[in-house]
Design a protein around this ligand. Structure first.
Ligand SMILES: C[S@@+](CC[C@H](N)C(=O)[O-])C[C@H]1O[C@@H](n2cnc3c(N)ncnc32)[C@H](O)[C@@H]1O
Length: 290
């Protein structure tokens, strides 16, 4: 259970009703400590509660795209039309992505601590974010959990949405923190498929600037998720940072991109997703990818 009773572990902090708002499923409390986590499943519920039932060191690597805290109610003045946005400029209020500043920090500490407990020593932890959350996640990894950061990757979106406010630069990047699950003094022999990366990059060393267009419409054929990542981007992360047969976790599974990428490249996978509609999309995508 969350340490602070004011915080709901599923992040559903807003109180205004909206027929378009997606609310997480009510999590069931864990009953026992499972000897091993299940594999190749989209587990439905709150990842904090579900991860707490697994033993330490049972996951090889975690590639995770967590809530960014940009839903309305996230401590800033909520403005219709400026929340989560699809490429078609349709916006939605997402109950799971709206925290106050303190709640968001506590939430980030809690899930990153749990991931760090579950991933084997020297396993990889790749965390996606934008300026809304990436500095905080980096601080927690480096300063609170004392993990070694290996790289900071910038994902450049050449076809990013225009900035309709005309008040700031057009956001066209996301960041990926690549950390190894050890202290800087002890970090060693982490997985980096250097030669594969070079091969993927036409024989040249791969740089930390990755260019991929935003998620294509055809990748949304099983249903729309407001922050679904492009499959090719996640495939690259999977191929660089894990080996065939290893078990990859995404505790914020969304539309299941990590599972599709992992299965395509012979890795095992495990997702948690708290919104039933998104878990359904993920399962359909995984099945369609066969
Ligand atoms: C940024 S999205 C992930 C998108 C995913 N990478 C994809 O490509 O589809 C984050 C997801 O985490 C889910 N989520 C938020 N809080 C959660 C929690 N406490 N436990 C499990 N899932 C949660 C949201 O419903 C959302 O689908």
């Amino acid at each position: 259970m969350p340490a602070d009773p004011r915080i709901r572990s599923n992040g559903a902090m807003t109180t205004r009703s909206s027929s378009r708002r997606r609310q997480p499923e009510r999590p069931r409390p864990p009953r026992r400590l499972d000897p091993e986590p299940p594999v190749a499943q989209v587990l439905r519920g709150d990842c904090l509660q579900i991860m707490a039932t697994w033993p330490s060191g049972c996951i090889d690597h975690c590639i995770v795209d967590p809530p960014f805290n940009i839903g309305s109610g996230s401590g800033r003045k909520a403005k219709a039309g400026l929340g989560w946005a699809f490429s078609s400029h349709v916006t939605m209020e997402e109950g799971w992505d709206a925290f106050t500043a303190d709640e968001f920090y506590e939430f980030n500490v809690r899930w990153l601590s749990e991931v760090s407990r579950l991933v084997k020593p020297n396993g990889n932890i790749l965390v996606f974010g934008t300026y809304h959350n990436i500095y905080q996640l980096g601080f927690i990894l480096q300063h609170v959990l004392k993990r070694r950061i290996l790289n900071s990757v910038v994902w450049f979106k050449p076809n990013a949405q225009p900035n309709i406010t005309a008040r700031t630069l057009t956001e066209s990047t996301e960041q990926i923190i690549w950390a190894v699950n050890e202290t800087p003094a002890k970090a060693t022999r982490w997985t980096f498929n250097y030669w594969h990366a070079k091969e993927m990059n036409g024989g040249k060393q791969m740089r930390n600037l990755w260019e991929f267009p935003v998620t294509a419409k055809r990748e949304r054929s099983e249903g729309k998720h407001p922050s679904q990542k492009p499959l090719a981007l996640i495939e690259r992360a999977v191929q660089l940072a894990s080996n065939p047969g290893e078990l990859l976790l995404d505790p914020f599974g969304g539309a299941g991109t990590l599972a599709v990428a992992a299965a395509k490249h012979g890795r095992r996978w495990l997702l948690v997703e708290s919104v039933a509609e998104y878990a359904d999309i993920a399962e359909r995508r995984i099945e369609a990818a066969g």
